[in-house]
Design a protein around this ligand. Structure first.
Ligand SMILES: Cc1cc2nc3c(=O)[nH]c(=O)nc-3n(C[C@H](O)[C@H](O)[C@H](O)COP(=O)(O)OP(=O)(O)OC[C@H]3O[C@@H](n4cnc5c(N)ncnc54)[C@H](O)[C@@H]3O)c2cc1C
Length: 350
């Protein structure tokens, strides 16, 4: 992730942006009601930057959302993550293929094992907040890792990088507003969804890209309000769909991704399309139309207009009306069923 951020930063510099690293935004500057810039601390001094539009990409800090009190916690997903990084990971202990992401689920949560550098792995356990409250981060993290034979094996002999496992609280939240006079809010600064399907970086990038496009359109003469509304509708469609996928994982399929793949309506290709991040599929796309039919899984209280256009691959993504469909071969289905049983049986024994 750090390397990826550096690539983006260097690219911004190469294309003419003035980039200040280690500058800390302290205050928002207003012209009347309109956000007109920021005050920031840089190399020990206070500075001001004024602009026609401010894009808030401050992540969980959420400067604008917090200033206007826009952030709402998502009460349907009251989970926390307890995580640790390990160095000197022993390749032979990895039960999977080098470079693959490991994923495990059990009755009380799920775990990730993500290689972040050669021989370094991030391991996290996601669980209900209520469970963490009954224990402490060290104990519960160990207990949850022990319940996953794959993760337990992957970190055998590796060295933890932090003194203690870290805890990420305030897990899932959303903002009802993504724009306002003079500003756009993108990525985690606006919304944070449980990371089980790893959609966070993608959605953040997409919102950033679309905010830039909206600002260009305004400079080219598009009506401010219309550009902001289109941007907000697109972001809300994306986050609303992603939240639904996550609700179905927790509430309908009891944290079993294999079951989701096999049982969501529409067959494998549309499940894959959705899992891969096409959250803007047409009305007749079976997986999303099913998930969207569940009123109780609405996230945003204010009505918004859904945008049905894949913002990344508008011409090449699967359309529900396409006659071709993809059904996985029998032996593939058998293999994932067997794997699920084995994992569950092992977890039960442990
Ligand atoms: C436990 C956990 C696991 C996750 N796993 C995954 C995963 O596997 N895949 C995935 O895609 N996503 C994952 N995510 C989500 C992903 O990390 C976020 O969605 C993504 O990083 C959001 O990007 P962002 O640019 O909006 O915010 P961030 O990456 O948080 O960047 C915000 C930046 O703003 C800066 N900033 C904050 N305040 C100020 C200030 N006052 N002045 C100046 N700068 C400021 C910060 O220093 C930071 O550099 C995970 C998240 C968590 C918590």
């Amino acid at each position: 992730r750090a390397r990826f951020d550096k690539i983006l930063l260097d690219h911004a510099k190469d294309t003419g942006a003035q980039v200040l690293e280690e500058a800390d935004v302290k205050k928002l500057i207003f012209d009347g009601e309109r956000l007109a810039g920021v005050q920031y601390q840089y190399q020990g001094c206070r500075h001001e930057a004024r602009a026609n539009f401010v894009v808030d990409a401050s992540g969980r800090a959420g400067l604008i959302a917090k200033h206007f009190n826009l952030r709402k916690m998502n009460n349907k997903l009251q989970n926390v993550a307890v995580f640790q990084h390990y160095k000197d990971v022993v390749a032979e202990n990895n039960p999977g293929v080098e470079g693959d992401v490991l994923f495990s689920c059990h009755e009380d949560g799920w775990l990730w094992g993500i290689p972040i550098e050669t021989n370094v792995m991030s391991v996290g356990a996601v669980m209900p907040l209520s469970l963490l409250k009954q224990s402490n981060p060290e104990e519960i993290f160990k207990a949850h890792c022990d319940r996953s034979p794959r993760i337990k094996s992957a970190i055998k002999g590796a060295t933890p990088l932090f003194d203690k496992p870290k805890v990420e609280l305030d897990f899932c939240y959303y903002s009802e507003q993504f724009t306002g006079p003079g500003y756009f809010i993108v990525g985690d600064a606006a919304c944070f969804v449980d990371p089980v399907f790893s959609g966070g970086v993608f959605l953040s990038m997409l919102c950033g890209l679309k905010a830039a496009e909206a600002i260009h359109e305004i400079f080219d003469g598009k009506d401010d309000l219309e550009a902001c509304q289109d941007f907000e509708n697109l972001c809300k469609t994306g986050y609303d769909s992603y939240f639904r996928v996550v609700y179905s994982y927790y509430y309908e399929f009891n944290r079993d991704m294999n079951k989701m793949g096999l049982n969501l309506p529409g067959g494998f290709r549309f499940v894959l399309q959705t899992f891969a991040g096409d959250f803007w599929a047409e009305r007749d796309q079976p997986v999303l139309s099913y998930l969207r039919s569940k009123k109780e899984w609405d996230t945003f209280e204010q009505p918004f207009e859904r945008i049905y256009d894949c913002p990344i691959y508008p011409d090449t993504h699967y359309k529900a009306a396409d006659p071709a469909s993809f059904t996985p071969p029998e032996d593939f289905l058998e293999s994932i069923n067997t794997q699920t049983q084995t994992e569950t049986q092992k977890a039960a024994v442990l």
